[in-house]
Design a protein around this ligand. Structure first.
Ligand code: HPA
Ligand code: MG
Length: 177
C-alpha cells in the first residue's frame, strides 16, 4: 500500500521480511568474523536505529555499542554541509570498529567520519550498511557488508526519513515518480 509523507507519495520497495532475513544473514557472518574479539559497533544516528537494534539482537558474542550523529540531509537533498551533533564517548584506540549505517548514498558523511576515526588509531574499521546506492557514491568508500544495493531514488521507512517523517515504517518505500 502506498503512503503519503508531506507532499510526496511513496510505494512499497523492500518488505519487512526481506529486510529481517538479510539482517539475520549479515549478523551471522559478523558473529563468525568477530569470534573471540570484542568489536565496538558505532551506530550512525538517526537512520540506523532500527538496523542497529535488529542486527545486534542477532549478534552472538561480546560486543559494545556507541552512537554518533551527523546531519547533512534536508528534505530529499543532501545539503553538503556535515555537522556532528552527538560525538563518540568511547575510547577507539586499538579497538575493532564496526560502523553501522542505514544507507550509503553520496558517502560524504561517512568519508568525514572515517577521517575522524583514523586519528584515534583503531585496530580495524569495517563498514556495514543496510543499503547502498552505488550510482550516487561520490567518495572512495568501500562497504564490507552490504544489505541491498539499490537505485539512486529517494526512499523512506525502516529508520529513513523524508523531512522527519517515515522512520517508523517497518518496510522500505520508494518515492513515486
Ligand atoms: N532516503 C532517506 N534518507 C537518505 C536517503 C534516502 O534515499 N539517502 C541518504 N539519506
Ligand atoms: Mg534523513
Amino acid at each position: 500500500m502506498k503512503i503519503v509523507l508531506h507532499d510526496k507519495e511513496f510505494e512499497p520497495f523492500i518488505k519487512e521480511v526481506a529486510i529481517q532475513n538479510r539482517i539475520n544473514a549479515m549478523a551471522e557472518e559478523l558473529s563468525d568474523e568477530y569470534r573471540n574479539k570484542t568489536p565496538l559497533f558505532i551506530s550512525m544516528l538517526n537512520g540506523a536505529f532500527w538496523f542497529t537494534a535488529d542486527l545486534l539482537k542477532q549478534f552472538n558474542g561480546d560486543c559494545e555499542i556507541s552512537f554518533v550523529k551527523f546531519k547533512s540531509y534536508s528534505g530529499m537533498e543532501s545539503s553538503g554541509e556535515i555537522s556532528q551533533s552527538i560525538g563518540l564517548d568511547t575510547d577507539i584506540n586499538g579497538r575493532d570498529i564496526i560502523i553501522l549505517e542505514d544507507i550509503i548514498d553520496t558517502g560524504k558523511t561517512l568519508a568525514v567520519f572515517l577521517e575522524v576515526l583514523k586519528k584515534y588509531a583503531p585496530a580495524s574499521v569495517k563498514i556495514v550498511t543496510l543499503l547502498l546506492k552505488p550510482d550516487a557514491l561520490l567518495h572512495d568508500i568501500k562497504a564490507d557488508y552490504i544489505g541491498f544495493e539499490i537505485p539512486s531514488d529517494f526512499i523512506v521507512g525502516y529508520g529513513l526519513d523524508y523531512d522527519g517523517l517515515g522512520r517508523n515504517y517497518r518496510d522500505i518505500y520508494v518515492v513515486k515518480k
